[in-house]
Each structure stands twice: as C-alpha cells, then as structure tokens.
Write a protein that binds this ligand. Structure first.
Ligand SMILES: [Zn+2]
Length: 93
C-alpha cells in the first residue's frame, strides 16, 4: 500500500490529502480559521502563511455556517481537479 501524506483536518482528523485538497477565497478562509489566526498572533507570531490548518469540506462548511458554492473556489488547478468542486461547478464527469 502506498503511503499517503497525512494532512489531518483540524476538526475531525480526516486526511484532507485524499479528497479535500482545495483552496478557497482568502477572505473566506481567514474567516474560517480566525480563531487559530488570533491564537498565533496572541503568541507573538505573525501568521505568514494561511495554511496553518487544514479543514475538510464538511468542517469548513460547519465553520462558515453555510454550504460551499462554486464561486468560493478560485480557478486554481487543485480546485479544478477536485471532485467536490467539479460537482459544484456542474461538471458531470
Ligand atoms: Zn473535518
């Protein structure tokens, strides 16, 4: 069995490498991880990268309090190749 990298969802520990590899709009992401960003700042660090945590789609939707929509995902390759985003985009493949 091939050994997959493990990027656990911060909330449910599901491995986001499998099906939850995506990038959403920066402002939405900052909103979703605002608590973690505040914690880092309180420790005296400047969060230079926004990928300090990973979230699966399910937990991201729970954090933002709504369903994700196609326009939440900029046209990055990781999004265009993601099955969940493709479904949101209306692709039938
Ligand atoms: Zn999760």
């Amino acid at each position: 069995m091939r050994h997959l990298p493990y990027f656990p969802c911060f909330d449910c520990r599901r491995n986001t490498v499998l099906n939850d590899y995506y990038m959403v709009d920066d402002s939405l992401w900052i909103f979703a991880i605002r608590a973690e960003l505040r914690e880092i700042e309180n420790l005296g660090f400047v969060p230079i990268r926004l990928c300090v945590v990973f979230l699966c789609f399910h937990c991201l939707e729970r954090r933002i309090g709504r369903k994700l929509v196609s326009s939440d995902f900029p046209p990055f390759i990781c999004n265009e190749e993601n099955a969940f985003v493709r479904r949101l985009r209306g692709s039938t493949e």
